[in-house]
Design a protein around this ligand. Structure first.
Ligand code: SF4
Length: 199
């Protein structure tokens, strides 16, 4: 005897084909064990590191799964990134952009070295990190020496530097932001300080 035809809406079909959605398919198979095993295989023996999605100011919590036995000569590899269920902002969920975070970390097009293009040049040169830090410090110092305003037009104390700006990322913690303000505003007088979580 013919089985009755199973009719699916487009939404039901997509939901059935998505791991993490329905555990019983519209065709009658219980997929619970299969889903559990796929996940188990993927993250078995990984190290979990909690972090923050860097893509937007929502700052969702993520768990990064890294494979590697922590030996000195083994380079750990990121094999999976998922939402952190214990994080108060996203409670385990990630948007379509955040769920691709692994491709940001494991990507041969990712820049890991300093690239410097001299004024007027069309060529990007590779430079050491120490060189870059020294150059930034030099430019900040020279700019501050030239442009720090000690007082305003009426002689009132100002101590303001508007020719240098500081911007932080959404993964910066409260403590990092505290240090940024302390070092740059209280220390150097920098006025334009911004943070991605506020933009
Ligand atoms: S997962 Fe999406 S919403 Fe959350 S921080 Fe990343 S980009 Fe923003």
């Amino acid at each position: 005897m013919n089985q009755p035809l199973v009719r699916l809406t487009r939404r039901e079909f997509l939901r059935t084909g998505t791991i993490g959605a329905a555990t019983v398919s519209a065709l009658g198979f219980d997929l619970t064990a299969a889903y559990a095993q796929v996940r188990e295989l993927k993250i078995a023996r990984t190290t979990e590191t909690r972090s923050t999605c860097p893509y937007c100011s929502v700052s969702c919590g993520v768990i990064i799964h890294t494979l590697g036995d922590r030996s000195r000569n083994v380079r750990p590899a990121v094999v999976h990134v998922e939402g952190d269920p214990d994080h108060p902002i996203n409670q385990g969920t990630l948007c379509p952009k955040g769920i691709t975070l692994k491709q940001n970390i494991v990507n041969d097009r990712r820049l890991t070295k300093v690239k410097y293009r001299a004024p007027g040049s069309r060529v990007w040169e590779e430079k050491p990190w120490d060189w870059a830090i020294d150059r930034i410090a030099r430019l900040v110092k020279d700019t501050r020496d030239r442009r720090l305003r000690i007082e305003d037009a009426r002689g009132r104390a100002l101590h303001a530097l508007t020719a240098v700006g500081v911007i932080g990322g959404c993964t910066d913690t409260n403590e990092v932001n505290y240090l940024l303000v302390k070092a740059f505003r209280a220390g150097l007088g920098v006025v334009p300080i911004e943070q991605q979580a506020r933009i």
